[in-house]
Design a protein around this ligand. Structure first.
Ligand code: ADP
Ligand code: TRP
Length: 326
């Protein structure tokens, strides 16, 4: 069996709003730590975002923000091929070659389309065929491992089915990818205790101004146990968040303070804010620096796209030849 170290890893994120701590601990941090473990491709899925974002200025701003956020948090563009999806439009042609062999039933079964309709998104053709474009993203780069959240598992199954179907029809063109779903990354709670999500309005920002972050943290819902009462760290979302930032020693010491009593919720929230501030200080500094040099960020994305395009061209050529377009 090959080690992860030699694997080609690919993942993408939609630029559709400001990132929050749930995104950081659930997706960004694991993805950034995989940089040392394989050949990594990471892209900003702006074609996908068009299925839900209708404001061009907001889309541009989100793309820029995601790029800054990831670079500030440690994405290293010399190791990771970091690109904007729409800079590699070859993916659209591949999506077509895949869509003509994709059975309707495969896409009709996808939950995410139905969920999005249930949340009031307009039923468009693009939203419906979203999984085929996602399959093209992955197959284009011949990715072997795709780190995603549990919500994307079905899209990976669709991608595998499409790859197998194409290979059976036309010969071995695509690597059949596998999802890399971290069971250890818990669902990060928001300020109301349920899953942190931009659709629930319960987020704590990643790079909002500090006053706002402080306010979000101080607004985390708590029960009415008094200062003197011992508290159970395992049922507290303040502790669940604290632990993600802390070293094991710090987390252990904080759990002891909860259990001992004498610490109010206000103090627990203050400790969470302080550890956020301490951890993010270098990232905030880096982000502020990068923000002053938008051309440099643009260059990084362009160079990433050039590397991605070389892989895209090779796959597309093989796929076009296989179906009889060349
Ligand atoms: P949101 O729920 O805010 O719309 P997205 O669905 O855009 O977030 O998520 C982008 C990435 O961040 C996905 O990989 C997802 O698994 C991860 N993520 C988002 N929220 C959380 C959370 N509360 N806990 C763990 N991971 C999360
Ligand atoms: N659908 C993913 C999400 O909403 C984003 C995405 C698009 C993606 N293309 C991808 C993720 C390819 C992994 C691989 O989170």
């Amino acid at each position: 069996m090959r080690r992860l170290l030699e694997m080609r890893i690919l993942t993408g994120i939609q630029p559709s709003g400001k990132l929050h701590l749930g995104n950081y601990f659930g997706a960004m941090r694991p993805m950034i730590s995989l940089q040392d473990q394989g050949e990594e491709f990471f892209f900003i899925a702006d074609y996908h975002a068009l299925t839900t974002v209708r404001d061009p200025a907001a889309l541009r701003e989100s793309v820029r923000d995601v790029a800054l956020d990831f670079l500030a948090c440690g994405l290293d563009p010399s190791r990771t091929v970091f690109y904007r999806q729409s800079d590699v439009p070859e993916v659209q042609e591949l999506a077509w070659l895949l869509s003509v062999i994709t059975p309707m039933g495969l896409i009709e079964r996808c939950h995410s389309y139905k969920d999005k309709l249930a949340h009031g998104k307009p039923a468009t053709h693009g939203l419906f065929t979203y999984p085929v474009l996602m399959a093209a993203d992955i197959l284009m780069m011949q990715a072997e491992k795709v780190p995603v959240g549990k919500d994307q598992k079905q899209h990976l199954e669709v991608t595998r089915d499409i790859a197998i179907k194409f290979n059976n029809a036309y010969g071995e063109i695509f690597t059949v990818p596998e999802p890399l779903i971290s069971e250890t990354v818990a669902v990060i709670p928001g300020t109301d205790g349920q899953k942190m999500s931009k659709s629930y309005g319960n987020t704590i920002g990643l790079f909002d101004d500090l006053k706002r972050i402080r306010k979000q943290i101080m607004g985390i819902k708590t029960d009415c146990t008094s200062v003197e009462d011992p508290k159970d760290p395992d049922t507290s979302s303040i502790y669940a968040l604290y632990r993600l930032f802390a070293t094991p020693e710090e987390a252990g010491a904080m759990a002891d303070r909860y259990r001992a009593g004498g610490m109010g919720w206000g103090d627990a929230k203050k400790a969470l804010f302080e550890i956020y501030e301490r951890t993010f200080a270098p990232f905030r500094e880096k982000r502020a620096e990068l923000e002053k040099r938008p051309d440099e960020v643009e260059d990084i994305l362009r160079q990433g796209a050039a590397r991605a395009k070389a892989h895209a061209a090779a796959t597309l050529h093989r796929a076009r030849a296989a179906v009889g377009l060349e």
